[in-house]
Design a protein around this ligand. Structure first.
Ligand code: SF4
Length: 376
């Protein structure tokens, strides 16, 4: 049997009880430790006063609480906070059950991911990463510029939400979106247990309905997610194009999958989970923001009865794509609404910090574009 992980956020009550036994602590300590961490927000074993001195010392020497270091923190005038986390070497954390990809990590940037806390009137949203870099390499995205460096373990995914929830002024994280670096569906063996922990009452207790997993679209993985995860999470499909021709110019993986394949997988998701899909559509000036594109998109959305989130592109230095003009965005939305498609324009948050996904890491250590991204 695999030895239990030594990263606290990797654990469930059951696995932590096994870990306690493995270091000669009573099993009931597991419940106490998790209460200290999640209920009381304590991650210093010395402050866990219900534990014996010997067990506190054991915990301090044998358990990792934070497996990453915040190497940069940016605060926007609208309250948005962005963290750049540098993860310890992967050899210090055992992969979650089901295994995780562990790749050689060559540089500091190859161990860094971003996560963002976005406050609004009634919620605090954590936007988190599932991988270091991204294997997809969308032409407009900073995260995919250097390709994939590694997949994050379940514990490192949970740790991001925990850390964002401890930022000053954050009452409680209410929503979680997997819209940071990485393609969550290519790291299902870690994303699924992470979502379970995030939603569990013994841990972060965030309603599964408030957790959104965003994917560029892998039909088989969408179906696998529906099979693996018995929680009512929201699935968001990053469509970004109204037809296959444009999609292939933006998203390298679109070479292997048509929009029709994706919509069919989303339809099966809906039939299996009863949960509607959200379509994410990043508007790029002069590329996919014309009225005819809105009409094509409306036809696609109606086949699924999907909601659409329109996102104004945040420009990335070195990439040729431009933010759309406000009038064009409003016209795009009007056409969709006239076609009876529920459409929202996502508010741009944190524009005075490196707002685009992967941009902070990119700025801290600019990467050479991969072959996939070079043609952007
Ligand atoms: S947009 Fe998403 S899927 Fe595409 S490269 Fe960026 S992180 Fe990866």
């Amino acid at each position: 049997m695999q030895s239990p992980s030594n990263h606290i956020f990797e654990h469930t009550p059951e696995t932590l009880a096994r870990w306690c036994e493995s270091v000669s602590m009573p099993k009931y300590r597991a419940k106490q430790i998790l209460e200290w961490v999640y209920e009381k927000g304590i991650t210093d074993p010395a402050a866990m006063t219900s534990l014996s001195k010997a067990d506190r010392d054991k915990l301090a020497s044998d358990m990792t609480f934070f497996s990453g270091e915040i190497v940069q923190r940016q605060s926007a005038t609208d309250g948005t906070e962005k963290l750049l986390i540098q993860w310890n070497d992967y050899s210090d954390a055992k992969p979650a059950a089901g295994g995780g990809v562990s790749l050689p990590l060559a540089s500091d940037a190859s161990r860094q991911t971003e996560c963002v806390m976005i406050p609004s009137e009634d919620r605090f949203t954590a936007c988190i990463s599932s991988q270091v870099g991204c294997p997809v390499g969308c032409k407009f995205c900073a995260s995919g510029l250097g390709g994939l460096d590694a997949s994050l373990s379940a514990g490192r995914i949970v740790e991001q939400v925990y850390r964002l929830g401890r930022l000053p002024g954050v009452r409680r994280i209410s929503n979680v979106v997997f819209m940071g670096m990485g393609e969550p569906l290519s790291n299902l063996s870690n994303v699924v247990p992470a979502v379970r922990t995030i939603a569990s009452l013994w841990a972060l207790g965030i309603s599964a309905r408030k957790i959104t997993i965003s994917t560029v679209g892998l039909p088989k993985a969408i179906e696998k997610l529906a099979d693996m995860l018995d929680l009512p999470v929201t699935l968001a499909l990053s469509l970004h194009a109204p037809n296959d021709e444009i999609r292939r110019t933006l998203i390298p993986w679109a070479e292997f999958t048509t929009i029709n394949d994706l919509l069919a997988a989303c339809q099966r998701w809906f039939e299996k989970t009863g949960r509607e899909i959200t379509l994410e559509y990043t508007l790029l000036r002069g590329v996919n923001d014309a009225p005819k594109h809105a009409r094509q998109l409306a036809d696609l959305a109606k086949t699924l009865r999907a909601n659409i989130n329109l996102i104004r592109y945040n420009e990335v230095e070195g990439l040729p794509f431009k933010r759309p003009v406000d009038d064009d965005v409003r016209e795009f939305q009007r056409i969709l609404r006239d076609a009876h498609v529920n459409t929202h324009i996502r508010a741009s948050r944190g524009r005075d910090i490196a707002a685009a996904c992967g941009q902070l890491r990119h700025e801290s250590a600019p990467e050479e574009p991969t072959a996939a991204a070079a043609g952007a």
